[in-house]
Structures are given as C-alpha cells and as structure tokens.
Write a protein that binds this ligand. Structure first.
Ligand code: F6P
Length: 319
C-alpha cells in the first residue's frame, strides 16, 4: 500500500481533466492516503512546483474545462538528468506513486519514469482520442460536441448562401476527432490524415449535387491533412461555387465537460487512485466497449491507435 501519491496533468488540456484529478484526490483521501498536486506538468515536477491537496482543493471543479493543475511542455524532462531531478523532487516530498493524465506524449514521459522505478498509472486525457488500447479519451466527447455545434451553425449560413464551408478541426496526427464530429454533424466530407482523398473527385461530386438542388456542402478537415484555407481555395477554383473556411482553433479544447466526460473521467480517476495505492504500476486505464480496462503503459505508448475503418465507411455512406 502506498502512503502518498501525486496527480498531474500534461500536454494539451482537455475538458474532464479536472473531474479526473478531483476523483484521484478524493479517492486517495478516502483511503487515508496523502495526495499532492503537481502544477504545470513535467515542468512543475522539475521546478518542484507542487503542493499537498485536500478535499476542498478540488471543490467547484467538476464543471470546469481546462485543468486547475495547469499544463506545460518541458524540454528538460526529455533528458535523463531532467527526469532524475523530477524523481528527486517527488521523493523529497515522500511521494511514492504518480497518476499522469495526458495524451500519448505525456504517457510516454510516464513510461520513462516508471522505468526509473516510480510507480505510474496513466489516464488518457486528450481531445484527440488517439491513445492506443482505449476507445475513449477524456475530453474528446466535449470537443466533438463543440465542433458539432459549430457545424450546425455553419450549415445554416452555408445553406442560406448555397455555399461550401470547410471547417478545420484539431488533430495533428489523428483524424478521430474530425471523424467523430463529422459523422455526428452530418458533414458531406471528412478529410483525415489517415485516409487518402481525391480533391478533384470531391469537387466534381459537389458540383453535381448543386446542379440537382443541393444548397450546401460541409467539409470537415482535420488539421493533420493540411490547411483548410489552402484546400478551400482549391475547392472554390475547381467547383466555381462560393466557398468559405472556418478554422475552429482552441475553442474546441475548452468549455464545460459533457456528462460523458465527467462520468468517465470520474470513474477513471477513482480506479487510477485505487490501482496505484494498491501497488499497480505501468498501466493506462481506459475504456473498451463501455467498461474500464487496464492497458500496459509501454504497449500504449509504443502503438499507434488506428482510425476505425467502420467509421470511415460510415462517413462515406451517410454523406
Ligand atoms: O491536445 C492535442 C492537440 O489538441 C492537437 O490536436 C493539436 O494539434 C494541438 O493539441 C495543439 O496544441 P497547442 O495548444 O500547443 O497549439
């Protein structure tokens, strides 16, 4: 049984990180285990920016996006000396286990700490939904809802003007978020880095659909595909249809978490604290088919989650 653990968030923030950290803190306290919060991710670990938390420290948080612990990127943590300094800071405070909430890069950092002897349990926290072994990541549902809301609004104006509108969404390396929101938002096309597409063919199809009375076309573009502004220029030229582009940006990362994100983050936070306290390490807890699952941390960071071919197919059928 561990006596003192810490929780941190790292990488891009995501709605629901607060709910997960809150659950870690309250679970630890209910197990009579001390719990610390590390501020600003690995940067804070190296700068010894951490403090002990109590139940009130995580009040008024479940409904908030972002992360009360803060998050940052740290170049120094990528070096062995940096990580040794981080470990020394944790040990100084008697911290003997760590819950890390973040995306694949952050979990990779956790795997390195685990190899150096620090017990680590990871939670998938990213709007990108790209952590291997889990069909869910904290924040992706809220972000997808934000995008769908934007698509609804863009469709209104696109339809009024008979325009094509491209909406660029996040996902530098992964098309999951674009695919989820494209299908749920009823987009005509979803362009993702994982799937080759033929812009000529798309433009021909759009032109033909306008000739038969269609009033709008929504194209969701994952940022990993390239700039929607550039793609929009080509689409406008080839179709000769009035085209506009909307780059959603960081709006999609913020906001109050959805019920799904609050629930799942809370479940994962509790399970992570219990697992860590009881001596489990080197795992990521995620969801598979609605159930909490435990994934080997090293497997999770060494594999790339692929985009579900069923979703790619569905997006095409329903367009
Ligand atoms: O959190 C992951 C992510 O949202 C990516 O989809 C996106 O490319 C990136 O973060 C943006 O990061 P930053 O906030 O550093 O611009």
């Amino acid at each position: 049984m561990l006596k003192c653990i810490a929780v941190m968030t790292s990488g891009g923030d995501s709605p629901g990180m607060n709910a997960a950290a809150r659950a870690v803190v309250r679970t630890a306290i209910s197990e009579n285990v001390r719990v610390w919060g590390i501020n600003n991710g690995y940067k804070g670990m190296l700068e010894d920016d951490m403090c002990e938390l109590n139940s009130h420290s995580v009040s008024d948080l479940i409904q908030r996006g972002g992360t009360f612990l803060g998050t940052a990127r740290s170049e120094q943590f990528k070096t062995t000396e940096g990580r040794q300094l981080g470990l020394a800071n944790l040990k100084k405070h008697g911290i003997d286990g760590l819950v890390i909430i973040g995306g694949d890069g952050s979990l990779r950092g956790g795997a390195l700490l685990a190899q150096m002897g620090m017990p680590v349990v990871g939670l998938p926290g990213t709007i990108d939904n790209d952590v291997w072994g889990s069909d869910y990541t904290i924040g992706a549902d809220t972000a997808a809802n934000t995008i769908v809301e934007a698509i609804n609004k863009l469709r209104d104006t696109a339809s009024a003007h008979r325009r094509i509108i491209l909406i660029e969404v996040m996902g530098r390396k992964s098309g999951w978020l674009a695919m989820m929101s494209g299908i749920a938002g009823g987009a005509e096309y979803v362009l993702v880095p994982e799937v080759k597409f033929d812009l000529d063919e798309i433009c021909t199809e759009i032109k033909a659909s306008y000739l038969t009375g269609k009033r709008y076309s929504i194209i969701v573009v994952a940022e990993g595909v390239g700039s929607a502004v550039d793609i929009g220029k080509i689409v406008a030229e080839k179709t000769e249809i009035d085209t506009r582009v909307s780059v959603l940006g960081h709006i999609q990362r913020g906001g109050s978490p959805s019920v799904e994100d609050r629930m799942k983050a809370s479940m994962l936070g509790e399970r992570a604290a219990l697992a860590l306290i009881s001596g489990t390490s080197d795992v990521v807890l995620g969801f598979d088919l609605g159930k909490v699952v435990s994934i080997n941390l090293h497997d999770a960071v060494n594999h790339k989650k692929t985009l579900d071919p069923e979703l790619i197919r569905l997006a095409r059928v329903l367009a």
